[in-house]
Structures are given as C-alpha cells and as structure tokens.
Design a protein around this ligand. Structure first.
Ligand code: HEC
Length: 117
C-alpha cells in the first residue's frame, strides 16, 4: 500500500516538475516576442512599414505585391473591411498569412491604415 502511495507521490512530483519547467521555459519566450512587438502595437502605419511595405511599397504603390492604393482598390477595401481583414489574416497566392505573425489588434489597425493609403 505504502509503495503505491510513493509511486503516486512520485507521479505528482514529476507532473509538477514538468509543468513548472514548461512554464519556466515558455515565460522568457513570451517576453522575448513581446519585445519584438512595436512599442505602440495599435499603430497601423508601423505595422504596415514593418510587415507590408516590402511587398506593397511604402505608399501602397506595389512592388512584389500588387498596388493597394489605387482608387478602385481603396473603394473595394472601404466597402468590405471584413474581406480586407480576412485577406491580411489568411494571405493567399504569394501573400503570406499574418494571423500567426500579428495580433488581432495589429491586423485591425493595419487594415484601417491600408484604407488610408
Ligand atoms: C511577400 C510579399 C507580401 C507581403 C509581405 C504582404 N503582401 Fe499583401 N499581397 C501580396 C501578393 C503577391 C498579393 C496578391 C495575392 C493574390 O493574388 O491574392 C497580395 C494581396 C494583398 C491584398 C489584396 C489586394 C487586392 O487586390 O484585393 C491586400 C489588401 C494586401 N495584400 C495587404 C497586405 C498587408 C496589409 C500586408 C502586411 C500586413 C501585406 N499585404 C503583406 C504580397 C505580400
């Protein structure tokens, strides 16, 4: 009986050790990625400059990606913000998906910025 108790105790201790080490290991990672986030994460202009300008140009004039500052595109984006957010989140074609690289707030703010190009 006592031996079973010991085994159970060992299992609990092992579980706690794993949980704590996983937590301890992931905590610095969280801090590290937080320091990579721009100071004002809701600044759409900054998010755009850091993530989009290399393909769509500083002013949305296009480069590797299509121009997104033309009147026709602007009209489309303003009429369908959800579609714009979906495109940024999911990418498609040669456009990378940003849902794993940006927070939902950053995606919303960069979408708002895109509509001002
Ligand atoms: C690696 C290059 C690349 C990067 C980085 C990139 N895009 Fe794109 N983007 C593209 C390409 C290529 C397309 C066209 C894809 C297609 O045919 O669907 C596109 C399409 C789009 C469209 C749809 C345009 C249309 O015609 O309706 C929007 C909006 C857009 N990108 C916004 C963004 C935003 C905002 C970012 C930054 C968060 C970004 N892109 C980052 C390459 C890129």
């Amino acid at each position: 009986m006592n031996r079973f108790l010991l085994v159970k105790l060992a299992a609990v201790v092992l579980f706690l050790a794993i949980t704590i080490s996983v937590w301890a290991y992931s905590a610095p990672n969280t801090n590290m990625s937080a320091s990579l986030v721009p100071k004002d994460p809701t600044s759409g202009a900054l998010v755009y400059a850091n993530n989009c300008a290399r393909c769509h140009g500083d002013d949305g004039e296009g480069d590797k990606g299509p121009a997104i500052n033309t009147p026709a595109k602007q009209k489309k984006f303003r009429a369908n913000s959800q579609g714009l957010i979906r495109k940024i989140s999911n990418g498609g074609g040669k456009m990378p998906a940003f849902r794993t690289r940006l927070t939902p707030a950053e995606i919303r703010s960069v979408a708002n910025f895109v509509k001002t190009l």
